[in-house]
Design a protein around this ligand. Structure first.
Ligand code: ACO
Length: 401
């Protein structure tokens, strides 16, 4: 805490905590995380058990409404989502306006924001019923927008969801179905994507979730808050790391596969390079999601018959880093994104789309946190600062500067 004078000249204390490394911004009943022990639970259920036994839509319901749905609740929830899945035709004009070089995350953030114009009632949520309607609309349309960012890049026609298949299946179909061809589901791909989405579904007050809560705290509306969350997730220090990991592993491969050179580079304080997919603000022993994903990467690549040399490079990089005092002392371990890109790649998902997949997974977490914040009547988020700039000075005319 630092003693400062406020605008009225009174002395008061302000906690200065750049990056909020030790500042709680809210009370939350959604996700429990113990960074020392490597524990992650959604609404009290362990991530290991949910990844193994639940399907993504059950986890979506659990996170947002607090309990696992019974059969009837799940059926109603699925039907409500299906009923809202059609995206306004004029949204296609919005996506038409992007250059094909646009990054899918930039398109996704803009499209999520544009959705407000086509659903203006989603902004004023004065009752739980209004909230439910806005939530279901977003859950229904967001995967379509995500898939469209890929179709735009690949100049494929923009399709709406096939309502006869499941949530995750429909996402894959919207992404990959070629005109005039039947899309064949591969159960290994469907299961792996379902698991990845569950593992990414919430992670308490990370950068994008805090963004969603703080934007939502001004009552800007769900879609605007989520659009801001997508932008926050895009950064390479956050969700963008899954793309950056593959690019780094490709670079190591192209360089002959010598991981030690890159480890030295990451240790060099004069070099901005960091080992992507390593380190975490909260996990200081291991990231439980990374353990599950590492195992899944082996299984999925085996099942798909994919032999990706990048997986071997990733494993040897992990081994070398975990034996290096620099990484051991700083408690830097592979995070969720170290192996996720390898699985996405094996599924045929282009690298630029990895963070979009993360966003589809994180959507229920963002929604749950936004809903909790609004129902809890939290005040507007407005951090303080410690001013270190110039004291009062007199204005000089431009000719005198
Ligand atoms: N490679 C090399 N050194 C690292 C790395 C890394 N990946 N991560 C942290 N360090 C070093 C820092 O240089 C610092 O060293 P110092 O004490 O000698 O100055 C020390 O470890 C602590 O790092 P901080 O940056 O203070 O840790 P912070 O909690 O602020 O950052 C973060 C966490 C952003 C995840 C960081 O570890 C990082 O940049 N990792 C690479 C990007 C990444 O994988 N992001 C995904 C995170 S998971 C997610 O968002 C889904």
């Amino acid at each position: 805490a630092i003693n400062i004078k406020n605008l009225r000249g009174e002395t008061g204390a302000i906690t200065l905590d750049p990056g909020y490394k030790n500042t709680g911004s809210c009370e939350s009943a959604i996700t429990f995380l113990d960074g020392e022990k490597g524990i992650l639970r959604y609404r009290g259920y362990s991530i290991e058990e949910l990844a193994e036994k639940a399907d993504f839509l059950e986890v979506v319901y659990l996170l947002i409404f607090g309990e696992l749905p019974n059969k009837e609740q799940l059926t109603t929830f699925r039907q409500d989502i299906v009923a809202q899945s059609f995206v306004n035709e004029d949204m296609k004009k919005v996506i038409d306006g992007f250059p094909s070089t646009a990054h899918p995350m930039g398109m996704l953030s803009s499209l999520t924001s544009a959705l407000i114009a086509f659903n203006p009632k989603s902004v004023n949520v004065s009752s739980e019923e209004d909230m439910y309607k806005a939530i279901v609309k977003l859950l229904a349309k967001f995967p379509t927008l995500a898939a469209w960012t890929l179709r735009k890049k690949e100049t494929l026609p923009l399709e709406n969801r096939d309502t006869n298949v499941g949530y995750v299946e429909s996402l894959l179909k919207m992404m990959f179905q070629k005109p005039g061809e039947e899309y064949k589901f591969n159960p290994t791909v469907v299961d792996a994507l379902d698991k990845l989405l569950i593992l990414h579904a919430d992670h308490e007050q990370n950068c994008s979730t805090s963004t969603v809560r703080i934007v939502g705290s001004s009552h800007a509306g769900l879609f605007a808050s989520i659009s801001a969350g997508v932008s926050a997730l895009w950064g390479p220090l956050h969700g963008g790391a899954n793309q950056a990991v593959i690019e780094m592993l490709e670079e190591i491969k192209a360089d002959g596969g010598d991981t030690s050179k890159f480890i030295d580079k990451a240790k060099d304080k004069d070099d901005p390079f960091r080992l992507m997919g390593f380190g975490h603000r909260v996990y200081k022993n291991f990231d439980p999601r990374a353990r599950i994903i590492k195992k899944a990467a082996d299984e999925v690549l085996d099942a798909l018959g994919v032999n990706d040399p990048i997986l071997d490079i990733a494993k040897s990089l992990e081994k070398a880093a975990l034996e290096d005092p620099y990484f051991v002392e700083r408690k830097l371990y592979p995070n969720v994104d170290f192996y996720s890109g390898i699985i996405y790649r094996a599924m045929g998902i282009p690298t630029e789309m990895f963070t979009v997949m993360f966003a589809v997974g994180r959507l229920p977490g963002w929604i749950a946190q936004w809903r909790e914040m609004r129902l809890g009547g939290e005040p507007i988020g407005r951090p303080r600062q410690v001013y270190v700039g110039e004291p009062l000075r007199s204005f000089k005319e431009v000719d005198n500067r």
